[in-house]
Design a protein around this ligand. Structure first.
Ligand code: NAP
Length: 502
């Protein structure tokens, strides 16, 4: 447990919508931020006339260049605050104000509880310490929010927590952007005064904000402390991943003081150096392990101390355990892939399996199938890659582009390409509907959407299918067991992942 607060940021153009949002925010918030710059000017007085809240209300009137919705010059902003006070609309006990750093002295006569804030929406300024010193010199609460592009960039703003703690000051350090989400999740556990949350996902008022419900129910941010074990998914991008929901549900089930966080990482070496390795790390986060995803599954190997047999043979790692100052690499994709297939097909010895794709997932599939003595053929658009993979594991190969007329000689067809995945490729089929008719089972590794076009076509053709969610949960369960040595609550994990995918 920690003492930090959750501030839900509310933005709407009309008074009625604003008031409705405030009521909804109260369910999760300790403080509600009223982004008055979102309101149409004529709606501001109406909003205050309707306003009532048990929770403290933080008033913010931000100009566009500091992340607000309105073009406001300096004088308009000073005039705005003074007019409010003159109108007598503001009850000192109920309202807090957020004034941007350039209004610090002009608002010093306003006797509200005050946050002095600094925002940089393009980068992390080099003189962050100086900015902090200036802001915190004579203000009760300092907020510093900077835009980051890689997880390691956000360390500079995070380090201000240590400075503020040493000086017994209140600070809200935020790294904006997907790569800074960890600062929003872990801030309260490490002494941040407050963390900001969106009312709903899709209603963020700053980049990287997380919905309040998710901060509380998925990440349990108020229950975390400095001893919390940290796990996460390291990749780029990671915002689509259902792994945080899945693993956090498992931690909650076992009542573990642990959290699983998305880490958007471009420079993998910097991440390992600055977050993980005891000798070089710059933050103390009690890291115990992480999942590795696109594009780092192969690249991570050079940073590890040991590999398990599957990771070694596949040449890719999706799971890292951090213990006794060492990094151990595992591949749970192979097992995660094969278990649902064995449940659907039984014995796979001599089963004829066609794999579409020759990337990291395909490698794990071929490895796992060969261990079961299946007869495997790799089909890829890059025939050289297909050949190399096939030769390594004693499989056959073909060019996906030649489009064999049907897969009548195969029992199972596995899609290990991204064709059909959410986004640009969602309506694509890796092979035609006609081609899959003769197979006995279609297995699509894609889990988002949970029912891909390929699975829909299989259903139409009365061909049984297995979807990628089964593999996601299975490989995640193996990860959970490696990290915690506890039985993975698979039903809970599956439910949490499928809820996210809805
Ligand atoms: P990857 O290493 O990038 O490999 C992708 C493969 O698909 C490569 O052979 C690539 O060919 C091929 N490909 C890409 N675009 C294509 C296109 N437009 N047409 C034909 N082939 C194309 O990715 P991965 O890690 O193997 O992942 C593949 C899929 O499996 C992803 O959708 C991923 O989400 C899914 N997956 C699911 C799970 C799970 O738990 N359910 C686990 C792992 C992966 P080139 O080499 O020529 O680009």
């Amino acid at each position: 447990m920690n003492n930090g607060k959750i501030c839900v940021s509310v933005c709407a153009e009309t008074a009625d919508e604003f008031i409705g949002n405030i009521k909804r925010a109260a369910e999760f918030a300790d403080v509600i931020e009223l982004r008055l710059d979102c309101l149409e000017s004529k709606q501001i007085h109406k909003t205050f006339a309707l306003l009532s809240s048990e929770k403290p209300l933080l008033l913010t009137y931000r100009p566009k260049e500091q992340g607000g919705k309105k073009e406001l010059d300096y004088f308009e902003r000073v005039g705005f605050w003074n007019a409010f006070v003159a109108d007598g609309l503001l009850d000192l006990r109920k309202f807090w104000i957020d004034c941007e750093f350039d209004l610090k002295s002009e608002t010093s006569n306003l006797k509200f509880r005050k946050i002095v804030s600094f925002h940089n929406f393009s980068t992390v300024p080099e003189n962050l310490n100086e900015i902090y010193e200036n802001l915190s010199a004579d203000s009760e609460i300092t907020k510093i929010a900077v835009q980051t592009d890689d997880a390691a960039d956000s360390i500079a703003v995070w380090k201000l927590l240590g400075k503020a703690k040493a000086e017994n000051k209140k600070i809200i350090p935020i790294a904006m952007g997907a790569s800074g989400k960890w600062t929003r999740i872990l801030g309260l556990a490490h002494g941040a005064f407050m963390t900001y949350a969106a009312l709903d996902s899709g209603k963020e008022t700053a980049s990287g904000q997380i919905a309040a419900k998710d901060l509380i129910e998925t990440y349990r941010v108020k229950e975390l402390d400095e001893n919390t074990e940290i796990y996460g998914v390291v990749g780029n991008p990671v915002s689509h991943s259902a792994s945080p929901e899945m693993h956090n549900a498992a931690f909650k089930f076992h009542n573990l003081n642990a959290v699983y966080i998305p880490f958007e990482v471009k420079n993998l070496g910097e991440f390992v150096k600055k977050f993980i390795r005891k000798e070089t790390r710059e933050v103390e986060l009690n890291f115990r392990g992480f999942s590795v995803t696109i594009p780092h599954k192969r690249a991570i190997i050079e940073y590890l101390d040991e590999l398990d047999e599957a990771a070694e043979k596949i040449g890719a790692v999706n799971t890292v355990k951090v213990a006794d100052g060492k990094l151990f690499g595992y591949n749970t994709d192979a097992q995660g892939f094969i278990e649902p297939l064995k449940i659907a097909c039984g014995n796979l010895s001599k089963a004829k399996v066609a794999i579409l794709g020759a990337g990291g997932a395909a490698r794990a599939c071929v490895y796992a199938l060969k261990k079961e003595s299946a007869d495997v053929a790799v089909f890829a658009r890059d025939v050289k890659k297909a050949k190399a993979l096939a030769e390594e594991f004693d499989a056959s190969f073909a060019d996906l582009k030649f489009q064999i007329s049907s897969f009548k000689n195969f029992d199972v067809l596995v899609n290990a390409t991204p064709l059909g995945a959410k986004g640009k490729l969602e309506n694509e089929l890796p092979v035609s509907a006609k081609q899959i008719e003769p197979v006995k089972l279609v297995y699509d590794l894609i889990y988002n959407p949970s029912e891909t076009r390929l699975i829909k076509e299989a259903k139409k053709a009365n061909v049984p299918s297995v979807c990628g969610l089964a593999m996601l949960v299975e490989q995640g369960a193996k990860q959970f067991e490696i990290w915690t040595k506890k039985a993975a609550p698979m039903k809970r994990m599956r439910l949490a992942a499928s809820e996210k995918l809805k």
